[in-house]
Design a protein around this ligand. Sequence first.
Ligand code: BGC
Length: 497
Amino acid sequence: MKKVTVGAAVVGAAAVCAVAALIVNHRMRKSSKWGRAMAILREFEEKCKTQDAKLKQVADAMTVEMHAGLASEGGSKLKMLITYVDNLPTGDEAGVFYALDLGGTNFRVLRVQLGGKDGGIIHQEFAEASIPPSLMVGTSDALFDYIAAELAKFVAAEEEKFHQPPGKQRELGFTFSFPVMQTSINSGTIMRWTKGFSIDDAVCQDVVGELTKAMKRKGVDMRVSALVNDTVGTLAGGKYTQKDVAVAVILGTGTNAAYVERVQAIPKWHGPVPKSGEMVINMEWGNFRSSHLPLTEYDHALDNESLNPGEQIFEKMTSGMYLGEILRRVLLKVAEEAGVFGDEVPPKLKDSFVLRTPDMSAMHHDTSSDLKVVGEKLKDILEISNTSLKTRKLVVELCNIVATRGARLAAAGVLGILKKMGRDTPKQGGSERTVIAMDGGLYEHYTEYRMCLENSLKDLLGEELATSIVFVHSNDGSGIGAALLAASHSMYLEDQA
Ligand code: BGC
């Protein structure tokens, strides 16, 4: 009897030990899993650091590149494109004008009725359509035919009161948000495609010529009176309502900035000096690159696998097309190396661009105590269910690192422009007010990003100057701005005078 009892006790103790060992083992695996996940996160955070001193270096590098790009064609990664816009809207523009806005996720057709002196915008109407993904990587004929057909529909549906008198052609401002080498206010050739567009037969094509041919094919009788980048349109649209607008920044699918430059400071401009003595410059800052940019292994991999490797590096760190994709890449590493989403790597996590920035923004802004939105997004988009609160918190922390780096770099970019304009130091007797017209879905909808950008710039500028720099959201400014520039470059202008 005794022996049996002792034997049973030994077996029992062994079982308890085995279970305990299993638990310890499981806990150890779990804790080493989290240890690895946290190590990946901390390393990423460290590499993404954008302390003020670094941002100042980035801003300085931006200013240096601006000078180089203005000095000579091809002098810098910053193209600093001459726009032929040497006069921004005055408020005297009058008549009915159209705009086509192409270059982001959606494209728009707009009609604006301008009331002339102090009349403002009497009427505006727009139609929006998304660009089918197949057209983004097709031929230029297919792309231009599609937008011309949308324009034809828009015009066909318009009320008679907007019709032009007999013999008068409708006029259009074309917002074409890609790098274009302009040869006049309404002509230019595309230098390269960005933002996931890759049109095979379109290198150096005549942008306005292509659109005009497509409009003919679709039976639209319209003259392109202005060809503008979205930053330039936003600057013009902003200036129409606020006279102190001097800079425009787009933070949307892509990113870019334009500003008003003294013609004397543009050595590569060999044309006549305009009356205003000024010229709007389309910087194409998305292509900015500097050794001071905090690039990580994820950025390098994203760039290598992109449609335009080596190009648009600043854009790939800051804009809406890429932020969600950077996050996905970090999550994939966390899944592969730390197994936080289970033993198997969730297959969806391997799909490039499956995690979009609006979804990242929704997760980042989740204020619920159990991070419900994060849980839902992980489930709906990545098919990862039953995530723990700890996992969800990790995801939010990663969103924060990616968005903060992007927003702070954008702030450094703005500081670089203010430096170039000589508006980055307080002036005796009060500083000139500088309004920055902002637009783009990222700026408009990603509140954390927007606040981080604005606060970072204020910190960099210091309290005294911060109050003289004002951000305004210029909603749809680029389309309206293009219509305004079509009005101020109307072929009928002399008839009116
Ligand atoms: C384009 C710019 C454009 C910006 C914002 C960039 O990818 O190169 O021309 O202004 O996106 O739309």
